[in-house]
Write a protein that binds this ligand. Structure first.
Ligand code: ADP
Length: 474
């Protein structure tokens, strides 16, 4: 089967979060199963672009309403990622450093999607599946089905995966003029709640819709920023498929970002050595449990609660633990986390910014990783943490619910709490300290975690099964 993934992110080309990790790994594992999997994404001006070789494979000319533009598709020549990677360049729109965050993101991603579909229409053969990811690419199922110029693509199965339903790409209905001539009877599919809503349109137009965990799909029916009735109505074609992790990139025995490697037989010494590095670099006390957080500093991740949790933990539990925070996001959260640095007595530090290498060292050296997410479609941090023998302390939601069992339950290995509240989180910190002090149990739990299999194989099979059902019209 031939699958083309269309995405705004793909690790290591450009990554802002979990979407990048997933699109960088899923095609690789699909290829391992004998399928042809390709990725197409915008040609941002990232380091990857400068460091690698490319060839031009297509040049086209199309338009965003009355703005006609040239686009170029280039292909990475060495198969460095383990699959064919195509980048689309549109002068003036995609030739930027960052992935998102520009005032004209709507125009950028509309133009990208139009260029992709235009390019696909020029292929001599058709792929079996067009698999689009998140709202930036969610108009493609509509375009291939209803735009007159691309009618030859209408029999290709389309699949939309929602990595984060909080972001839907809403914009004014006046922007529908950007979409190449389409069957006007279908205009209603573009609109949701009075706006042009790409994600809603994708949910209605794609042949199959997935989210990145079963529980998150269930949650979307009850709470999805206004899309609840849509998820209920389209129930028949939706499902949740848990993300896997790239076990080559994320393996404490071979991780290229860390120096002290370890595996299930040597985790005690291995983790201790990584912890020592981390504690030395960030002035922390190696004897205390190291509780960490890695991620976007935004409300969805519960990051706004961290400063108070740290203060309350020191006050109510005592100076029995270290905290180390790595993240970037809302300036007020960044500021508060930096502002409480003065509280540290060698037991708190933070690095504000994005640092891939540091994240690996933290997974390897930390004892616990906090994930107080209000919303967590799948969550990768806890999966990496499990593989590195770092106990996840998580709110019981979305993918966290599907992947972390509390160590108090049979076969459990993590710490779960119910609410994204300072009290529940602080209680989680207290339980972490208690667990850390029971070294034998901690060792057993680490061993149990490191044996878990969250590799892509099972998920890839589920995706292929889904593609097959889509093609059979089931
Ligand atoms: P998201 O909702 O942000 O996609 P995920 O848990 O799915 O959350 O994925 C987050 C990914 O981004 C993980 O690989 C995590 O290690 C990485 N990450 C997040 N913030 C940072 C940071 N500041 N520095 C390094 N890596 C980060």
């Amino acid at each position: 089967m031939e699958i083309i993934h269309v995405s705004a992110e793909c690790y290591p080309v450009a990554k802002a979060g979990g979407l990048g990790d997933v699109v960088g790994a899923l095609p690789k594992y699909q290829k391992d199963l004998g399928h042809v999997a390709k990725v197409v994404m915008p040609m941002y001006r990232t380091k990857f672009l400068r460091d690698n070789q490319f060839e031009v494979v297509h040049k086209g000319y199309t338009h965003l309403n009355d703005y006609w533009f040239n686009y170029t598709v280039i292909k990475e020549t060495t198969n460095k990622l383990g699959f064919d990677l195509y980048l689309v360049d549109i002068y003036g729109l995609l030739d930027r450093e960052k992935i998102y965050g520009y005032g004209d993101d709507t125009e950028r991603f509309f133009a990208f999607q139009i260029a992709v579909v235009d390019w696909l229409a020029a292929w001599k053969h058709h792929p079996d599946v067009i698999h689009v990811h998140d709202h930036h690419c969610a108009l493609i199922p509509f375009m291939v089905k209803y735009c007159y110029a691309y009618r030859q693509l209408q029999n290709i199965a389309t699949v939309l995966t929602i990595h984060n339903g909080q972001y839907q790409g809403q914009t004014g209905m006046d922007k529908t003029v950007y979409i190449p001539d389409y069957d006007l009877y279908k205009r209603g599919l573009l609109e949701w709640g009075g706006a042009l809503n790409p994600l809603a349109c994708g949910i209605r137009s794609a042949w199959k819709v997935t989210t990145v965990s079963p529980t998150y799909m269930e949650e979307m029916r009850h709470s999805s920023m206004g899309l609840e009735p849509l998820f209920e109505y389209e129930k028949g074609k939706t499902s949740g498929i848990l993300n896997g992790i790239d076990t080559v990139v994320w393996d404490p025995a071979t991780d290229r970002y860390i120096e002290d490697h370890y595996d299930i037989t040597s985790f005690a010494e291995g983790k201790q050595r990584n912890k020592a590095k981390l504690c030395e670099r960030y002035n922390l006390d190696i004897r205390k449990p190291l509780i960490t957080f890695i991620g976007r500093l935004v409300g969805d991740k519960g990051a706004d609660l961290l400063p108070q949790v740290i203060e309350d933990s020191f006050y109510y539990i005592g100076r029995k633990m270290n905290f180390m925070i790595l993240g970037s996001g809302l300036p007020e959260i960044e500021g508060r986390l930096q502002g409480i640095r003065h509280l540290s007595r060698g037991d708190y530090n933070t690095y504000i910014g994005y640092d891939e290498a540091l994240s690996h060292l933290i997974y390897a050296g930390a004892d616990f990783i906090l994930m107080p997410s209000r919303v967590e479609p799948c969550g990768l941090n806890q999966l990496y943490a499990l593989r590195y023998g770092t106990v996840p302390v998580v709110r019981n939601t979305g993918g966290l619910h599907d992947t972390v069992i509390d160590y108090g339950d049979p076969g459990g290995y993590g710490i779960r709490f119910l609410h994204a509240s300072v009290q529940d989180m602080t209680h989680g910190v207290w339980r972490s300290v208690e667990l850390f002090n029971q070294q034998e149990m901690m060792g057993e739990i680490r061993q149990r975690m490191m044996q878990l299999d969250f590799s892509w194989e099972a998920s890839v099979r589920a995706y292929v099964d889904l593609y097959e059902r889509a093609k059979r019209g089931e």
